[in-house]
Design a protein around this ligand. Structure first.
Ligand code: FAD
Length: 392
């Protein structure tokens, strides 16, 4: 047996022994996720046990170095852990912008002190981060951002406003883009900075979504003092860090296109019924089959691209392609869920459909082609940087 097969066998046995049964059930709604942070509360004993066991093994971030709270696994071993978790249906023990976005940027651009200070609390779920990029006049054209950080010697004073800051009202710290040189060309006067959301002068105001939920905020900075040591990368060169982080954000979002949850065919069979063991609605049957094939093909594409990225053989813009396609797949999946769920899927408030979860989740997917950069912008990037189309 190869070393990797041995590792797979041990991983499978460990997960089977340590992942509590309720942590192997599909998520029923967003509240089933554990985000960590100073004010975090576990929803169940199973969730607490699962989180603590995974932290203890370094498997909230399996491929990060051990000194930063990871398990120091190779990419191949990391894939085995993820694959075995998927096979057993294990939930993520910790959802975290620190893991998905800031961590990779710190590993590449952070000083040794910054890595020691910020990475272990991310791996242990102690600090919850939010992302301060977008502003009222800087979304797709992010480099137009106007939040100003004035140099006051040993610290900056930050003034301005961010918008669409996901979970800003629940986050402990923010990674934020600020303008440190207003006279420089727009991409060259930006810095990437970290600060505590409890700093005097930081305030948030939740924004209500079409789904009835409020996962993001307007975020305001009024004379917020931040020590200079909190800049990641070089001053005025934050755009480089910002772009690198965005590739990780887009890869993270693309995972919403992966197959998972209860099979669509099963849901449709349960609510619409079958004839001779197959769905009577031939159009829906064909749409579900087409979707399943596309989702499995996408899973393989994601794995192959992950290997190429690790080996530095992939076009860095590939994350735009994955984000675009993953978002479209997830939107398709939820359209099909609405068709497959029959009239029950239309319910908004009822005991049967857990407070209209199907309809709310379907509405939430409308944002997939906006968050992390819109689909139009991803298509522009693909045309220019991957297809190298003239005039793009
Ligand atoms: C659910 C959700 C969560 C988010 N979370 C965060 C967060 O945590 N932190 C954060 O900083 N931001 C966050 N965002 C903001 C997100 O990054 C922006 O909404 C996104 O980048 C688009 O910017 P905008 O909304 O200003 O739209 P705009 O840039 O104003 O775009 C409006 C329309 O014009 C189109 N458009 C713009 N430029 C071009 C172009 N060059 N070519 C073709 N079409 C174009 C766009 O595709 C879009 O359809 C979140 C957004 C959503 C929906």
């Amino acid at each position: 047996m190869s070393d990797l097969e041995q590792f797979r066998k041990e991983t499978r046995a460990w997960l089977e022994a340590n992942c509590p049964p309720d942590m192997r059930l599909p998520l029923e709604d967003d509240d089933d996720r554990y985000w960590g942070g100073r004010n975090a509360k576990f929803k169940s004993e199973g969730q607490r046990l699962w989180f603590e066991r995974m932290v203890g093994r370094g498997w909230t971030v399996p491929e990060w170095p051990k000194e930063y709270g990871g398990a120091g696994l190779s990419r191949e071993e990391g894939k085995v852990v993820r694959g075995e978790m998927r096979r057993l249906g294990c939930r993520s023990p910790l959802d975290s912008f620190g893991i998905w976005m800031l961590g990779p940027a710190l590993l590449r651009y952070g000083t040794p002190e910054q890595k020691r200070e910020y990475l272990p609390p991310i791996a242990r779920g102690e600090i919850r981060w939010c992302q301060g990029y977008s502003e009222p006049n800087a979304g797709s054209d992010l480099a137009s951002l106007a939040t100003r950080a004035e140099d006051k010697g040993d610290h900056f004073v930050i003034n301005g406003q961010k918008i669409w800051t996901s979970y800003a009202d629940k986050a402990d710290w923010i990674f934020c883009l600020v303008r440190t040189d207003p006279a420089a060309p727009k991409h060259l006067g930006i810095s990437f900075i970290l600060f505590d959301m409890k700093s005097p002068g930081v305030s948030t105001k939740p924004i209500l979504l079409i789904s009835g939920k409020s996962p993001f905020c307007e975020t305001f900075f009024d004379d917020v003092r931040v020590p200079k040591g909190r800049i990641v990368g070089e001053i005025n060169k934050g755009w480089e860090v910002a772009k690198y982080l965005l590739t990780h954000e887009r890869e993270m979002i693309s995972a919403i296109g992966l197959p998972g949850g209860r099979p669509l065919g099963q849901i449709a069979a349960d609510s619409l019924g079958t004839e001779a063991g197959i769905l009577a609605d031939t159009c829906l049957r064909a749409d579900i089959a087409r979707f399943d094939i596309d989702a499995y093909a996408f899973q393989l594409a994601l794995e192959r691209t992950g290997d190429q990225l690790k080996a530095k053989q992939a076009n860095p813009a590939i994350s735009s392609m994955l984000k675009y396609y993953g978002a479209e797949l997830n939107k398709r999946r939820h359209e099909l869920l609405m068709s497959a769920g029959g009239s029950q899927a239309l319910e908004w408030e009822s005991e049967r459909s857990r407070h209209g979860e199907a309809a709310r989740s379907w509405l939430r997917t409308k944002a997939n082609s906006i968050e992390g950069g819109t689909s139009e912008v991803q298509l522009n990037v693909i045309a220019k940087r991957i297809l190298e189309l003239a005039g793009a």
